[in-house]
Design a protein around this ligand. Structure first.
Ligand code: DOR
Ligand code: ZN
Length: 367
């Protein structure tokens, strides 16, 4: 049986929400051998201030971190909470935030473009109001949800264009030209366009890739309308998935790394639409391993295992300046069942492959 060990890894993009259920989502990350997490700030209310206590309209990074730790996150060796960039974010907040030690990253959301992104503000605003300058100067990482907002349906997703394509061709070249030293993570990229853009940049520009975008395409979403695969950015075409697979499995890959975008939703389908987000807590390393094998990587070989480790465990921590832990876990090529997560509030969260009709994983994780 194939079996290999890896250092504990960091999920450098995941959602833990707020309230008592945070503890269930954090436990799911502990169960899958995470050394640490980057916890997204699109909570209700958003994490849009840095220090001090939370208020009705916002969390602060300081207060949200406290909650994450009190909900079981104290076992992680590190937690990064990016600041949600809103209309009220100022260059002074960035400078003072860096001084405080709490501010390490900030998140751009396309206004109204995805779950809880209503506080987002157009990219140009931060290019012009000094926020990106201050981030470039202080080394605060820009976490980017790279999709153009406000497009018509036919431009949003078409054969030759989509919201991510537009964002990476219209805005990103300008952004890196104006702020050449800004540290950027192009998050959950889904297109060949984004892969090509990131590949053409220097060491200050990286990307995260989710399990679902490596495993599936729009065809999988549409065949039977598998709404558990509905996330944003949307899964795309074969050629896009091939570009993502090539990027993450390349022997020269130093800048593409794991960030699951695991996003729990107790209610996916509603009367007037569908909540965006795929839950991959508990099982992401197994899904990534499956995706590497689907990409033609032989995980029975040392070479294949090295490529996998770079993507899952090494590249991300190096970029964020996190310590790769001594503690290790094992992946074994033996089937394991996928379970629904029932939270302490009694809500059910269906993990992605179960929502696709797959109730067994080819890999088992032991820690
Ligand atoms: O699919 C998504 N779900 N994309 C996002 O950008 C947000 C996330 C969520 O918070 O559920
Ligand atoms: Zn996300």
């Amino acid at each position: 049986m194939i079996s290999f060990s890896l250092p504990y890894w960091y999920d450098l993009h995941a959602h833990f929400r707020q309230g008592t259920v945070m503890a269930d989502y954090i436990q799911a990350h502990i169960n899958m051998a995470c050394a640490g997490i980057l916890a997204m700030p699109n909570t209700k209310p958003p994490v849009s201030r840095v220090t001090g206590s939370a208020a009705d309209e916002y969390w602060t990074i300081e207060s949200y971190l406290k909650d994450l730790r009190a909900s079981g996150g104290h076992v992680f060796s590190d937690i990064i909470v990016p600041l949600y960039l809103t209309q009220d974010t100022t260059p002074d907040m960035i400078r003072a935030g860096t001084q405080s030690g709490y501010l390490r990253a900030a998140k751009y959301y396309p206004p109204h473009g995805t779950t809880n992104s209503d506080h987002g503000f157009p990219l140009r605003h931060f290019m012009e109001n000094g926020v990106f300058s201050a981030m470039e100067e202080t080394g605060v990482v820009l976490c980017l949800h790279g999709e153009e907002h406000g497009l018509t349906g036919s431009d949003y997703f078409d054969q030759d264009t989509n919201a991510e394509d537009v964002f990476y061709t219209r805005h990103m070249p300008v952004l890196v030209q104006k702020f050449p030293k800004l540290k950027i993570v192009c998050e959950h990229i889904t297109t060949r366009t984004a892969v090509d853009f990131v590949s053409a940049q220097g060491d200050n520009v990286c990307a995260t890739v989710t399990p679902q975008h490596l495993l599936y395409t729009a065809g999988h979403l549409l065949q039977g309308f598998k709404y558990h695969l509905y996330c944003l950015p949307l899964v795309k075409f074969n050629a896009d998935r091939a570009a993502l697979r090539d990027a993450v499995t390349s022997p020269t890959n130093t800048r593409f790394f794991a960030g699951t975008d695991s996003a729990p939703h107790a209610v996916k389908a509603t009367a007037c639409g569908c909540a965006a987000g795929c839950f991959t807590g508990n099982i992401a390393p197994q899904l990534y391993a499956q995706a590497f094998e689907d990409s033609g990587v032989d995980l029975a070989t040392k070479n294949g295992q090295t490529l996998f480790q770079r993507f899952l465990c090494d590249n991300g921590p190096r970029f964020y300046g996190l310590k790769v832990p001594d503690k290790r876990f094992t992946l074994k090529k033996t089937p394991s069942p996928v379970h629904i997560l029932t939270t302490r509030e009694g809500t059910d969260i269906t993990p992605l492959p179960l929502g696709m009709g797959q109730d067994t994983l080819p890999w088992t994780l032991e820690r």
